[in-house]
Design a protein around this ligand. Structure first.
Ligand SMILES: Nc1ncnc2c1ncn2[C@@H]1O[C@H](COP(=O)(O)OP(=O)(O)OP(=O)(O)O)[C@@H](O)[C@H]1O
Length: 267
């Protein structure tokens, strides 16, 4: 469904590659987590699948098509086969729940009859029946993400990409979102989800693809993950620590440092 052949992405000639020689295949019906520290290349991977960015070298295939060979005017059609969900929901603030989901069908010319039939079915799938007329600001974060998922799948894409979909949600709400993504996957959609949330990864027991500095350092079925972040110890030394442990220690002499700190490379 998604195949990367020796893919390297360099955004700017002077910096290190965001992705570096990636060889990877995600099969039809897979559920794969994409994990790794900030800056390891997760979003870049997703952007290459969507052809929002192009590989500097190597080939990216999506549903059998080499995306570099898809002419610009055909890119919208390529993207129609891919649903996308983001951490910050990105709903249309002036449209209600029904309108947000319907809009995804209207822009590709689906009939009013089809829209009236399909939108309620999808809203039911994500547990939002009865909330069709609510505006986004009248919804909780978890409900807004459900709308975003409904919108992403309403045109029945073969692939669903999720970039930190639980990043703004509390753990209990996140479980509800993961149940929905699981159900969508069981209905046959290939799901690739970038996340820092090790609790979710460890509870789902799905494929785990771990990136570090643009390379795949682990690819396991039923894998586990411990999110690591760089910290500066009280004595000035630096090390990588499990994120939860390090965050708990801030204020006790150790200090978590910004994940994009370039000195991370020296750890
Ligand atoms: N548009 C851009 N221009 C230049 N460099 C970029 C661009 N987007 C990302 N990068 C760089 O590419 C590398 C990979 O970034 P990417 O956003 O793919 O990482 P990530 O794993 O998704 O991080 P996060 O978990 O913080 O979202 C980083 O070094 C980042 O600074």
């Amino acid at each position: 469904m998604i195949r990367f052949e020796d893919v390297t992405k360099v955004y700017d000639a002077t910096s290190r590659p965001a992705l570096d020689g990636i060889d990877l295949e995600v099969d039809h019906g897979d559920f794969a987590f994409l994990v790794g520290p900030s800056g390891s290349g997760k979003s870049t991977f997703l952007r290459l699948v969507l052809r929002e960015e192009r590989a500097t070298t190597g080939e990216v295939y999506v549903a059998g098509k080499n995306v570099a060979r898809v002419p610009s005017w055909r890119v919208p059609r390529l993207r129609r086969g891919i649903g996308v969900v983001f951490q910050d929901f990105r709903l249309l603030p002036n449209k209600d729940v029904f309108g947000n989901v319907a809009f995804a069908m209207q822009v590709i010319g689906k009939s009013r009859h089809m829209i009236r039939e399909t939108v309620p079915e999808v809203l039911k799938l994500v547990g939002l029946e009865g909330k069709e007329r609510r505006m986004p600001h009248e919804l909780s974060g978890g409900e807004q993400q459900r709308v975003a998922i409904a919108r992403a799948i309403v045109n029945k894409p073969g692939i669903l990409l999720a970039d930190e979909p639980t990043g703004n949600l509390d753990p209990a709400t996140s479980v509800g979102i993961m149940n929905i993504l699981d159900r969508i996957n069981q209905n046959g959609t290939t799901v690739v989800m970038a996340t820092h949330d090790d609790d979710i990864v460890n509870s789902m027991k799905r494929r785990v693809i771990e990136l570090s500095a643009g390379r795949v350092v682990r690819d396991e079925t039923g894998g586990e993950y411990t999110a690591m972040i760089p910290v500066v110890n009280a004595d000035g030394t630096r090390e990588l620590r499990p994120a939860k442990e390090a965050q708990g220690e801030v204020g006790s002499g150790n200090q978590a440092i910004a994940p994009f700190d370039t000195e991370e490379d020296e750890l």
